[in-house]
Design a protein around this ligand. Structure first.
Ligand code: OXD
Ligand code: MN
Length: 590
C-alpha cells in the first residue's frame, strides 16, 4: 500500500533518516514482511480483516454495532505498568524520583537482547504519525515500528497517521523513534523504556494502549514534556473543552485529572436542562500541548485524533455523546459480550452478558463482565460535540487551567488559586485515589502532581521550575482552579451529582476569569460564595452545600504539612519559589 516503493520498501517521500532507521530495526528484529502504513481507509479495513482471520479480533453485531470489533487482550496485559516503565537519562537526577530510572546503556543492552530477532515470522508495521494537526507549528511527529496489527489499527484511530505525517517528517527533519514489539506478552519480559535525550522509546512485551500506542503517553507526555521544557511550552495530561454560554461566546478550559477520573466525560459534557443555551465543544479528552501564543495568551492543541476511553460506566445518562459515538466504527478491548454479539459492560441498563472479557461464559463469581479498565478506541470525529477547532493549526486560547483529583474529603467542590505561582502549588500538591488504569491497588490516595505522576518525563522539581517560569513567556496567563467532584458523606454517598451538573462549576470558573462571579477568600484560595454558584433545582440541602464549599482549616493544616514534606523530598531540585508558596499557605492557615 505504500506509494512508489524503493528497494527498502519505503514510499518515495520517506526521508533518508526514517529509511535508514527502518532498515536498521529490520536487521535487528528480522520480520518476514515490512509494511509502511499509508493511513488509508483501505489499509485500516485490511488490518481488521487480517486480525479477524487470525482470531485476534471478533466482529461485533454488524446490524447493531456496524464497524465495531472486540479485542481480548492477554489477561496479564490490561493496564499501564508503571513499575516496568523507565526514563533512561544519563544522569539519574534528571529523571527524578518521580520516575523509575535505568542508565541508558544498561536499558539498551536489555532491550537489544529482547528485540533481537523478535519479529521473525511476523509483519513489521512502520507507522509515521503526527501528534497534532499536520499543518500546526505546535505539532510534533514520530514513527512507531511495531509487530502488532492491533497497534497499527489503533494508531490509525488515535493519530494523524500515514503519508501526510511522513511528508511532514521529511520537512521537520526530526522525529521521535518508537520501537515496539508485543514479544510473547510475558509480564516477566516487559519494559517500557524512554530515552528523552535522544527522542527514543522502546516498548516490549505489552499490547495495552498506554504501553503500546507509543504516540500517546510515551511520546505525547513523557518525551514531549522533555521537549516542551527545552522549547518553552507544556505537555500536559489535560482534556481541552470549549464552554459556550447563551450569548454564544466560547471559552476554552484545559483540565488535568488522573487517569479514569472522568476526563472523557467532562470533555463531552451534556448541559443540564437547567442551563438552556449552553453548549460544550470537545477539543481533546486526555492530552494538551500548551504553547505561548503570538498574542500573549496560552494556546492549546490536542495532539491526538481519537479517544482511548474507559468503557464501564458509559451510558446515556453519564455520557450520551460517548455512548452514541461508540455504536459504530469502534474497537472495543476487554468488554463482555452478549449472546447477540453486542458489547456489554457494567453501567448499561439493557442487555445481559453471555461472556466476560476473557471470553469465558459469564459468571459473576469471576468478577465483572467487562474489565474495569476495558477501553474503546474511536476517531474523535465521531463525537457529536467534536469541536472544529480541534483541527485548527493555531489551537485554542485557554481561559483557565483546572486541576482535580478523586478525594472523598478535604478538597472543596471548586476553588481558585490566588495567582500563577500559587496555582503551581495547587497542581503540585494534587492527590488522588488510584484507579484501574494502572496495574496495582485501586483506591489508595497518592500524590499525583498535575495528574502527571506516571507521565512527566523528567524530574518533577525541574518540571515545577518550568511551570513557574511560564509568566516570563505568557503575558495573559489563564486562571488556575481546583475541582473535586468526588466528595462523599459518612455513608460513602457522593455529595455532588457530577456529570452534566459539573457545567455549573465550569460556568463559575469562566465568569470568575472575567471578573463576573463572586468568590470568598480562604487560606487555600477563593471558593464561590453561596449564591455565586447556581444550585437551583438540585436535590442538595443547605448543609451539603456548606460542606461542599467549606475549607476545614485543621485538616488543611495537616494537608499543607504533607504537601510540604512531599515537595521537600525533591531536595535541591525543589524550586525555592514553590517552597515559599508552601510557607505562605501554612501561614495563611494559622
Ligand atoms: C489513559 C490513562 O489511558 O491515563 O488515558 O491511563
Ligand atoms: Mn490519560
Amino acid at each position: 500500500m505504500a506509494t512508489a516503493p524503493d528497494r527498502s520498501g519505503a514510499p518515495a517521500h520517506a526521508s533518508e533518516s526514517v529509511r535508514h532507521w527502518v532498515l536498521e530495526v529490520a536487521a535487528r528484529t528480522r520480520p518476514d514482511h515490512v509494511h509502511w502504513c499509508d493511513g488509508s481507509e483501505a489499509e485500516y479495513r485490511h488490518l481488521l480483516r487480517g486480525m479477524q482471520a487470525d482470531g485476534s479480533l471478533l466482529q461485533l453485531n454488524p446490524d447493531r454495532f456496524p464497524g465495531c470489533w472486540l479485542h481480548r487482550s492477554n489477561p496479564s496485559d490490561v493496564a499501564r505498568v508503571e513499575h516496568l516503565t523507565f526514563v533512561c537519562t544519563e544522569q539519574r537526577e534528571d529523571a527524578g524520583q518521580n520516575n523509575h530510572w535505568m542508565a541508558p546503556a544498561e536499558a539498551r543492552r536489555k532491550m537489544d537482547a529482547l528485540f533481537a530477532g523478535c519479529m521473525r515470522g511476523r509483519t513489521m508495521y512502520v507507522i509515521p504519525y503526527c501528534m497534532g494537526p499536520v499543518d500546526s507549528p505546535y505539532s510534533r511527529c514520530g514513527v512507531e515500528i511495531t509487530d502488532s496489527a492491533y497497534v497499527a489499527a489503533n494508531m490509525k484511530l488515535m493519530t494523524r497517521m500515514g503519508a501526510a505525517a511522513l511528508a511532514r517528517i521529511a520537512k521537520d527533519g526530526k522525529f521521535v523513534k518508537g520501537l515496539h514489539s508485543i514479544g510473547q506478552l510475558d509480564p516477566e519480559r516487559r519494559f517500557i523504556m524512554h530515552f528523552p535525550e535522544s527522542l527514543e522509546i522502546q516498548s516490549f512485551g505489552s499490547g495495552y494502549g498506554g504501553n503500546a500506542l507509543l504516540g500517546k503517553k510515551c511520546h505525547a507526555l513523557r518525551i514531549a514534556s522533555w521537549q516542551a521544557r527545552d522549547e518553552g511550552w507544556l505537555a500536559e495530561h489535560m482534556l481541552i473543552v470549549g464552554v459556550q454560554n447563551p450569548e454564544g461566546e466560547i471559552h476554552y478550559l484545559a483540565c488535568a485529572f488522573p487517569s479514569a477520573c472522568g476526563k472523557t466525560n467532562l470533555a463531552m459534557l451534556i448541559p443540564p436542562a437547567s442551563m438552556p443555551g449552553w453548549k460544550i465543544w470537545t477539543v481533546g479528552d486526555d492530552i494538551a500541548w500548551l504553547h505561548p501564543g503570538p498574542d500573549g495568551r496560552l494556546w492549546a492543541i490536542n495532539p491526538e485524533a481519537g479517544y482511548f476511553g474507559v468503557v464501564p460506566g458509559t451510558n446515556e445518562k453519564t455520557n450520551r455523546h460517548a455512548y452514541e459515538m461508540i455504536r459504530h466504527d469502534t474497537i472495543f478491548t476487554n468488554v463482555g459480550l452478549t449472546r447477540d454479539h453486542e458489547p456489554w459492560w457494567e453501567g448499561l441498563d439493557a442487555g445481559k452478558p453471555a461472556y466476560d472479557w476473557q471470553g469465558r461464559p459469564y459468571d459473576p463469581a469471576n468478577g465483572p463482565a467487562a474489565h474495569p479498565n476495558s477501553r474503546f478506541t474511536v476517531s474523535a470525529k465521531q463525537n457529536p460535540s467534536y469541536s472544529p477547532q480541534a483541527d485548527a493549526a493555531a489551537g485554542v486560547p485557554i481561559t483557565a487551567l483546572v486541576f482535580g483529583g478523586r478525594r472523598r474529603s478535604l478538597a472543596p467542590l471548586v476553588y481558585q488559586a490566588r495567582d500563577w505561582a500559587h496555582g503551581v502549588l495547587v497542581g503540585a500538591g494534587m492527590a488522588s485515589e488510584t484507579t484501574a488504569a494502572a496495574s496495582g491497588d485501586v483506591g489508595i490516595v497518592r500524590r499525583d502532581p498535575m495528574a502527571m505522576k506516571p507521565f512527566a518525563g523528567y524530574n518533577f522539581g525541574d518540571y515545577w521550575a518550568h511551570w513557574l517560569a511560564m509568566p516570563g513567556r505568557v503575558k495573559k496567563l489563564p486562571g488556575i482552579f481546583h475541582v473535586n467532584w468526588f466528595r462523599r458523606d459518612a455513608q460513602g454517598r457522593f455529595l455532588w451529582p457530577g456529570y452534566g451538573e459539573n457545567l455549573r462549576v465550569l460556568a463559575w470558573i469562566v465568569e470568575r476569569c472575567h471578573g463576573k462571579a463572586a468568590g470568598l477568600d480562604t487560606p487555600i484560595g477563593a471558593v464561590p460564595t453561596r449564591d455565586a454558584l447556581d444550585f437551583a433545582g438540585l436535590d442538595i440541602d443547605e448543609a451539603t452545600i456548606a460542606e461542599l464549599l467549606a475549607v476545614d482549616r485543621a485538616a488543611w493544616r495537616q494537608e499543607a504539612d504533607e504537601i510540604g514534606q512531599y515537595l521537600e523530598s525533591y531536595g535541591a531540585r525543589l524550586p525555592a519559589a514553590l517552597r515559599e508558596q508552601v510557607t505562605r499557605l501554612k501561614s495563611r492557615l494559622t
